[in-house]
Design a protein around this ligand. Structure first.
Ligand code: SF4
Length: 225
C-alpha cells in the first residue's frame, strides 16, 4: 500500500477544498434563468477524483435531477456493468454532466447554456485531471469536438483534446440511454469502453500548439460548433 506522506495528505486536503469550492460555485449558480426555473437542484460530478477516466453525459434527466446524481437509472446501470467488464468499476471513474441543470421538457441545452456551464466542466477537468474523457452521445461529442460530425462517424475514434490546462484522449461513444433501445449499440458501447485500459496505458497525449483544443471561445467558454 502506498504510504501517505505529510505532503500527500496536504495535497489531498487542498484538492478536497478546491473541489468543495467548485461544487459550491456550481450548486449556487443562476446563470441560466430557464434552467434555474426547471431544476430541482444542480447535478455536479460524482465518484472518484482524481481519476484516469472521466465520463461526460449530456444534461441531467428527471431521475438525475431528482436524486442530484449523474447517470442513474437503467442507463447508469448499463454503464456500471460495462465499466466493470472493462476493468474500471464506477467507483474509480468520475462522472459528470456537460450541463448541470435539467432543461425544461428535457430539451437539449441551448448554445448559451452550454457556454455558461462550461466553466463548471473545466473546473472539474482541472481537478480530476483525467487521461481519458469519454463523450457519451452525439450532443456531448459535438460540443467537445466543436463540429457537427455524427456520433456514428466518430465513436471509438480517440483524439487528443485540451480543456483548461489538461490534455487527454477524447473518446466518443454512444450514450447508454440510446443503447437501452438498440442492442447493437450496447455492443458498440461495450467495445468502446473496453478500450479504456489501453488508452489509459498510453498516458497523457502531448499538448502541442497544433493539437486540437475543445472549442473554447475568447471568453473561456465552450462554444457549440
Ligand atoms: S446549467 Fe450550469 S451555468 Fe446554467 S444555471 Fe445550471 S449550473 Fe449554472
Amino acid at each position: 500500500m502506498r504510504r501517505r506522506t505529510i505532503a500527500t495528505v496536504a495535497d489531498e486536503q487542498a484538492r478536497d477544498a478546491a473541489f468543495e469550492v467548485a461544487r459550491t460555485r456550481a450548486r449556487t449558480c443562476t446563470r441560466c434563468p430557464a434552467l434555474v426555473a426547471s431544476r430541482s437542484g444542480v447535478v455536479v460530478g460524482a465518484d472518484a477524483a482524481p481519476a484516469d477516466v472521466l465520463l461526460v453525459s449530456g444534461a441531467p434527466g428527471a431521475d438525475e435531477d431528482a436524486l442530484g446524481l449523474p447517470l442513474v437509472g437503467q442507463a447508469g446501470q448499463l454503464v456500471d456493468r460495462l465499466l466493470g467488464e472493462a476493468g474500471f468499476p464506477r467507483v474509480g471513474v468520475f462522472v459528470t454532466p456537460l450541463v448541470k441543470c435539467l432543461a425544461p421538457g428535457n430539451r437539449d441545452p441551448s448554445p448559451p447554456e452550454v457556454a455558461h456551464c462550461s466553466e463548471h466542466l473545466v473546473a472539474e477537468v482541472e481537478l480530476v485531471r483525467p487521461l481519458v474523457v469519454v463523450a457519451l452521445g452525439g450532443f456531448v461529442t459535438k460540443v467537445l469536438r466543436g463540429d457537427v460530425a455524427s456520433i456514428r462517424a466518430r465513436r471509438g475514434r480517440e483524439e487528443p483534446r485540451t480543456l483548461g490546462t489538461v490534455t487527454f484522449w477524447l473518446l466518443p461513444a454512444f450514450h447508454p440511454a440510446a443503447a437501452l433501445y438498440a442492442p447493437a449499440l450496447v455492443e458498440q458501447l461495450r467495445a468502446d469502453l473496453a478500450r479504456l485500459p489501453e488508452l489509459v496505458a498510453r498516458g497523457r497525449p502531448e499538448a502541442s500548439p497544433s493539437a486540437p483544443r475543445a472549442p473554447v471561445t475568447e471568453s473561456g467558454q465552450l462554444g457549440l460548433f
